[in-house]
Design a protein around this ligand. Sequence first.
Ligand SMILES: Nc1nc2c(c(=O)[nH]1)N[C@H]1C(S)=C(S)[C@@H](COP(=O)(O)O)O[C@H]1N2
Ligand SMILES: [Mo]
Length: 279
Amino acid sequence: MTANEEQPIKLTPPDDSDVEQQMRRMSRRSLVKGAVGIAFVLGARHWVDTRRTRQGIPWPLRRALQVNEEIWHDFASTGHLAPTFRSTQITRARTNGDVGLSDIQDLSTWTLKVSGLDTSTGDPDTRSFTLDDIKKLPAHTIITQFKCIEGWSYIMSWRGARLVDFMEKYSPALKTDDSGNPLPPVNGVPAYPNFVSMSTPDKQYFVGLDMQSARHPQTLLCYEMNGKPLTQEHGAPLRLIIPVKYGVKNIKRIGNIHYTNQRPADYWAEQGYDWYAEL
Ligand SMILES: Nc1nc2c(c(=O)[nH]1)N[C@H]1C(S)=C(S)[C@@H](COP(=O)(O)O)O[C@H]1N2
Ligand SMILES: [Mo]
């Protein structure tokens, strides 16, 4: 064959499997795009409904909506702040729920046990903390509306340490790659496990939290209510205040914290309530 002899242009028609693959890729992409669009159009109010109706729809859309659920929770949990109020707007507190509060706690016996910690620094996986350890972290006061799923609410001032600061100081074990090396932060967010589990000292009450909500700047390990140390019935000596969630997730008297990649059990989710209990 000489140099100026023209090569016949070979037009290979794509075979059926190529076309099919291409179409599958395209429809998958537009489904995901569509789902993202839907997520922003639907308000938080409709979210629970969309989760319920999801069961009856074909798998490709269900998969796309699964992706959508993750995106939605990133947005809902870190993209907005719960409203805050002035001290003149504080209302009378209510008390509700005493599961796990039967034995009176005094500070001489109470400790906070935390497991699933980072051991790469030579620290153990499980450590016990005192209230002083929590109080050494920067303190924040927040006045928010506390909402119970039963329909009532009150506006209250809470003081405590941010859970995200606690995690930054005492790091959870980071997620690892296939060879066991810790994954790097993404957009400044450390590769923490997906969930946090908390329970009372007797483990009778327990909540599961998604990491985005746990890291939310308004999520506090709280030791004061209305300027005074927490009372027994409000969860002394340390409770969770998580204003982006309903009351059920605001566990009183935390005794244990565990970091995990498995979605933890949750007291009220086991009774049929939405696991996320997002406001
Ligand atoms: N340990 C524990 N924490 C709990 C509960 C409970 O029964 N036990 N009930 C939850 C519910 S349903 C609500 S509405 C709030 C009420 O908090 P309060 O009593 O401080 O107002 O606590 C939450 N945290
Ligand atoms: Mo509640």
